[in-house]
Design a protein around this ligand. Structure first.
Ligand code: 13P
Ligand code: SF4
Length: 319
């Protein structure tokens, strides 16, 4: 196919988009919470940690990031010579929005006075580049436990912005980290009553929940895993039924990579779908347009680059 002959208004097949991007020297990355078409169009699909690593390793100078804004910022920090563009600039994240850098710095200062020493600050990767620059180390759901374990036991820790992930980490590591009170608006809305009903109707089903879920959901689950951990478990399993306590599009990936099992989405409080409204802003049409426009671009302001690189670098060295 001639690269110049593709009509812009008609969106080609996912595989044609990927081939066209390859010809143009563009790497398409997609988070597993993206709709199936976008996952098929991507050169690489992964969790936050895998995508950060892919971005840091690429030799290409253009990355199209199908995910949310903080992920594209992370790619731009880890791969500063590449242009990073996204299908929709408004694809944000309730966790990132819950932690403004000015509030964080004020709180760190307050804790320093109160504790007589500045706590080590760990930020879940779901935060802005400005917040990444203001903390000591980043973690993702895939490596959070190892990152917390890497901090000496006597050091006080401030964990931002996800109180549920932080609460789970306190449970499994025995630490008493001070927690920010942010939450993911998708994982927070799972209904425990409907989950229990679903478990009763499906005896033998294994319930997996993401650590962004509140304690009541985690406690009703058989295992608490990040998206990469969930994928590993379903690939190792045969003929099992899984109730999936994370964003609904994850099931597309499970059905593709581990079709030998059955997957049931955990129910939300008000709807059964549990789709992230920010991830859903990215569509095949916007992907196709953004590949042609090489925009909208995501560029981290220069004042945050060095600090954010340091905290991300510390994470990549630790795990
Ligand atoms: P991971 O499990 O990929 O870290 O992602 C969770 C998430 O909510 C990303 O926004
Ligand atoms: Fe943010 Fe939750 Fe959407 Fe992930 S699923 S991008 S944490 S709002």
């Amino acid at each position: 196919m001639e690269s110049s002959s593709l009509p812009l208004l008609e969106v080609p097949e996912a595989s044609e988009i990927r081939d066209w991007a390859t010809e143009q020297g563009i790497l398409i990355l997609a988070h597993s919470y993206q709709e199936g078409f976008l996952q098929e169009a991507a050169h690489f699909v992964g969790d936050s940690l895998e995508l950060a690593r892919k971005a840091s390793e690429t030799q290409l100078d253009s990355i199209c990031f199908c995910g949310v804004h903080f992920m594209a910022e992370t790619a731009n920090i880890l791969c500063p010579n590449a242009e990073v563009f996204v299908p929709d600039l408004d694809a944000g994240c309730s966790l990132a929005d819950s932690c403004k850098v000015e509030d964080l710095i004020r709180y760190q200062d307050h804790l320093e006075v109160k504790l007589g020493r500045r706590p080590t600050s760990i930020a879940y990767v779901n935060c802005t580049a400005a917040v990444k620059a203001a903390v000591d180390v980043i973690c993702t759901s895939g490596n959070a436990r190892a990152v917390v374990d890497s901090i000496p036991e006597n050091e006080p820790i401030l964990f931002v912005p996800d109180m549920h992930l932080g609460g789970w980490l306190n449970e499994v590591t025995g630490r008493e980290m001070i927690l920010w009170n942010g939450a993911c608006e998708v994982h927070e809305l799972f209904s425990v009553d409907t989950l229990l009903e679903l478990q009763e109707k499906n005896p033998g089903a294994i319930t997996m929940s993401h650590p962004e879920c509140p304690k009541r959901i985690r406690d009703a689950s058989d295992c608490v895993l990040g998206t990469a951990g969930m994928l590993r478990l379903v690939k190792e399993s045969r003929g099992k039924t899984f109730i999936v306590g994370t964003e609904g599009n994850m099931i597309y990936r499970f059905e593709k990579e581990a079709p030998q099992n059955t997957y049931i989405p955990a129910p939300g409080a008000s709807c059964a779908c549990n789709l992230c409204p920010y991830m859903q802003l990215n569509t095949p049409e916007k992907l196709w347009k953004c590949l042609h426009d090489r925009g909208p671009r995501v560029e981290v302001p220069s004042q945050f680059r060095r600090g954010a690189m340091a905290s991300l670098g510390r994470m990549l060295e630790t795990t």
